[in-house]
Design a protein around this ligand. Structure first.
Ligand code: ADP
Ligand code: MG
Length: 328
């Protein structure tokens, strides 16, 4: 999936050079840096992101006024069917979901149940065979700048430095000062000192942090993440999960996160959609009522344990069905 993070930012087929495109939505004001304030001055309390945590220094994707958030995703009666020669595979069927602006949701389910297919349909990489997906009321028919995408790996341009990778999207969309934006977003993920390193010189965790910075640097209202921490060791993964929550709290972007890790899904999400296999559909929606901010210790609580038990039961039902059917 190399080079796919921003469909808007296309590469010229023959020269391999980036093709500059104009900022598609001039009515959308570019956000600005949150001014650095004394500790405690710039806090957010209550509400969905209610952390009371200081979030100064972070580039924010939106204004600070409640009610102007965007990033609402409507998935209506969606099915995706793959046809290969005479074989017809219904990968996703009968999905009806509304995801609210700024919400963090996970798609959870066994391998092959259609998580990536659904995510790719939200991002416009796949056009549904049936039904409709819209973001903020606009039908998604192709990849577009409203979605930033982070994949498990190989989502950075290996021939570009970390800074160039992050500045690439803003530059392609014709945003002002792309390099400065790149630096701000690298700082957001704590990698400003690695601006001139190439992806191969960075650890897996660092590469994924650059990937997140790159996906956010165009300030998309929606961030799509497909098992972004799947290739990381357990410790790094845990730290990345916490970092992601901090960034999301500051950035207010809607996140759709694909994983097959139950704890990861619960820890991160407002809602977990457990998927059913063959064909993939939403088996059950679990609302995660745990407070925020969350730290890994929350996984030791009874409330977390209860949700985990419920989710694991659902997943096991599905995995057994697939196992017994012998299809995977
Ligand atoms: P997951 O991400 O949950 O592991 P996927 O969405 O990748 O599952 O795949 C769902 C099903 O669709 C699988 O059976 C997979 O083999 C099939 N599939 C995915 N992409 C394609 C494709 N491009 N062509 C044909 N079949 C596909
Ligand atoms: Mg997948």
């Amino acid at each position: 999936m190399e080079g796919v993070f921003l469909r808007q930012a296309t590469i010229h087929r023959k020269t391999g050079n980036p093709v500059r495109q104009r900022h598609e939505d001039k009515s959308r004001p570019l956000p600005h840096l949150v001014p650095v304030q004394a500790p405690g001055e710039h806090t957010r309390g209550g509400g969905r992101h209610g952390s009371g945590e200081r979030v100064a220094r972070l580039p924010t994707g939106r204004g600070e006024t409640p009610g102007i958030l965007d990033g609402a995703i409507d998935i209506a009666d969606v099915a995706v069917v793959f046809q290969r020669k005479s074989t017809r595979l219904v990968a996703v069927e009968d999905v009806n979901v509304r995801i609210e602006p700024g919400e963090f949701v996970s798609l959870l389910g066994p391998s092959g149940c259609g998580k990536s297919t659904l995510l790719n349909a939200i991002g416009g990489m796949i056009v549904p065979t049936q039904g409709q997906i819209s973001i903020d009321g606009q039908s998604v028919r192709e990849p577009n700048a409203r979605c930033g995408v982070v994949f498990q790996q190989h989502s950075l341009f290996p021939w570009m430095t970390a800074l160039d990778n992050v500045a690439f999207g803003p530059e392609m969309l014709g945003y002002p000062a792309p390099e400065q934006t790149g630096r701000e977003f690298l700082a957001l993920v704590g990698l400003e000192k690695f601006a001139h390193s190439y992806p191969s010189q960075l650890s897996g965790g660092m590469q994924q942090r650059v990937g997140i910075a790159r996906a956010l640097a165009t300030r998309p209202p929606v961030l799509l993440m497909d098992e972004p921490f799947g290739a990381l060791d357990a410790q790094t993964r845990s730290i990345m999960q916490e970092e992601l929550l901090k960034i999301w709290t500051a950035f207010k972007t809607t996140v759709v996160f694909v994983t097959h890790d139950v704890d990861e899904a619960i820890f991160l999400s407002d809602r977990v959609f457990v998927m059913r296999s063959t064909p993939g559909s939403i088996k059950e929606e679990i609302r995660v009522t745990l407070g925020r901010p969350r730290t890994p210790e929350i996984m030791l609580t009874d409330e977390f344990g209860d949700i985990r038990r419920r989710v694991k039961h659902l997943i096991r039902e599905e995995s057994l069905k697939v196992f017994n059917s012998g299809t995977k």
